[in-house]
Design a protein around this ligand. Structure first.
Ligand SMILES: *Cc1c(COP(=O)(O)O)cnc(C)c1O
Length: 395
């Protein structure tokens, strides 16, 4: 049977994926590709991973029936509460997985890149737990903009190294992390924070995040008697929370998979991150996917009010879901996301991350009926976005 769940042996989902990396990284990436499935399927690995997800992260996260939101929407709406994970978002599912895996590979030093600092904090957290050295590369501009997360990483014992080249943001931090890995191939693991990067990262990260839809299926069955929803909605930056929320429904054609990208000031405003609407096939950070680029292939700086969606590409799984039509790709502007965030706070008493607010905004864009059961992946909590919400309130 054709499946959307796994890439082929070379890491391709249809025409997207693969491993486009400098010669100097071949050994590291190939070691990972050769061993990740065997390690992840190993009984002792599974035990340790599952125990940490349960006792440290707080899984399973609730599947909450949002009654007031349902009444307004005219369908049954469930929220998958990844915002209740330790450190406030789904990212820690992946960092725990990769850091345990790094241990099995004998790596003692962990590096990561971070934009807004969420992935950096999740990585620093698990390194503290495991007593590992942690180095986080972060654009100099992002260090200024995201002071609370920089403080968290330092308190957790990580070293934060500023990337001072280019636009001094996420893509420059990524370049620095790659340079570090090239220089320290034998003792270092590079933890990538989404379903992007060279094979096997997209598949590996999706497998660490699949727990989201695994739990959703069981919880839906328990609550409604039917394990399949009609719709699953998730926001897409690189696409890891969406990959996790979709995973066990990818090969269930009755389930509509709705991915929501950040439209920023508007898809055609020149200030957006709506990759599938604006992007063309190209190579970014080691894989072939859709990305926003100029005629001569220069990456276009994205814009979104939410730092986690402010990325010029998407993972190859999502490019494949888009190009085959298996996924429905919508987008929400900064303004629509803010409105959806304020609305959830007032109707359900939950302040969502601005990223997750984009997924919520899509509820108004679908034609839903009372027969529909909709799961929205609430990828994170909004504490980190309070300043942005307050700024919007005072306008
Ligand atoms: C990082 C982040 C995202 C975007 O990343 P994906 O890999 O697309 O999931 C979404 N929501 C929150 C809360 C985040 O921290």
């Amino acid at each position: 049977m054709e499946t959307y769940q796994h890439p082929d042996a070379r890491g391709y989902y249809g025409q997207f994926g693969g491993a486009y990396i400098p010669e100097m990284l071949h050994r590291n990436v190939e070691e990972l590709a050769a061993r990740y499935t065997e390690i992840m399927e190993d009984e002792s690995f599974r035990k340790e991973f599952d125990a940490l997800l349960k006792d440290y992260v707080g899984r399973p996260t609730p599947l909450f029936r949002a009654e007031r939101l349902s009444a307004e929407t005219g369908a049954t709406v469930f929220l998958k509460r990844e915002d209740l994970c330790h450190t406030g978002a789904h990212k820690i599912n992946n960092t725990i997985g990769q850091i345990l895996l790094a241990g099995r590979l004998g790596k003692k030093r962990i590096i990561a890149e971070t934009g807004a600092g969420q992935h950096g904090v999740a990585t620093a957290t698990v390194c503290a737990l495991k007593g590992l050295e942690c180095i986080v590369y972060m654009g100099e501009k992002d260090i200024e903009r995201q002071a609370p997360n920089v403080a968290r990483m330092k308190m957790l014992g990580a070293t934060v190294i500023p990337a001072v080249s280019g636009s001094k943001t996420l893509k420059d931090a990524t370049n620095e992390a790659i340079r570090d890995w090239i220089n320290n191939p034998s003792d270092t693991h590079y933890v990538i924070g989404s379903v992007v990067g060279p094979h096997p990262y997209p598949d590996m990260v999706a497998r660490f995040q699949q727990v989201i839809s695994y739990e959703t299926k069981q919880q839906l069955k328990e609550i409604t008697g039917n394990e399949l929803p009609t719709h699953v909605i998730a926001c897409v930056g690189g696409g890891s929370n969406a990959a996790g929320a979709f995973y066990h429904f990818l090969d269930e054609p009755s389930v509509q998979l709705v991915a929501v990208e950040a439209a920023g000031h508007g898809v055609h405003s020149g200030m957006s991150a709506a990759t599938t609407q604006l992007g063309k096939t190209g190579i970014l950070h080691g894989s072939k996917s859709l990305l926003m680029q100029t005629e001569d292939g220069q990456v276009i700086e994205p814009h979104s009010i939410s730092a986690g969606l402010d990325y010029p590409g998407i993972g190859p799984l999502h490019a494949h879901l888009f190009s085959t039509g298996r996924g429905t790709f919508l987008n929400a502007t900064d303004e629509e996301a803010l409105a959806a965030g304020f609305h959830l706070a007032k109707t359900e008493g939950i302040i969502p991350a601005l990223e997750s607010a984009h997924a919520l905004a899509a509820l108004n864009k679908l034609e839903l009926t009372p027969a529909d059961t909709v799961v929205v992946c609430l990828s994170g909590r909004g504490d980190k976005d309070l300043a942005t919400y307050m700024h919007a309130m005072n306008q």
